[in-house]
Design a protein. Structure first.
Length: 94
């Protein structure tokens, strides 16, 4: 069963308007189609980590997937204006 923070995040991220505006923001940042696609996929899957502050789930990923997940979380946190929270999370789990 999904944790409360994960459920809240998935509910917010399931909005087509939210995803569209996030994609639009990524394109404005100069990201290419496949990069935007990958970031959105990983942000949907691991975005709840920003809400609950527990990145231990990411430590079980392969180094390649962890890199992609962290990149997606960085982009999402910048979009949401919570980049400082992402940096603290990254420092705690580095």
């Amino acid at each position: 069963m999904a944790q409360p923070a994960e459920r809240r995040f998935r509910k917010a991220f399931s909005s087509e308007d939210y995803i569209f505006s996030f994609r639009k923001w990524l394109i404005a940042q100069g990201k290419r189609y496949w990069t935007v696609r990958e970031i959105v996929i990983f942000a949907k899957k691991y975005g709840h980590v920003l809400d609950n502050g527990d990145a231990s789930e990411l430590m079980t990923l392969s180094s390649s997937n962890r890199k992609h997940a962290l990149s997606a979380l960085a982009a999402l946190s910048k979009y949401q204006g919570r980049y400082d929270q992402y940096l603290q999370l990254k420092q705690r789990y580095s």
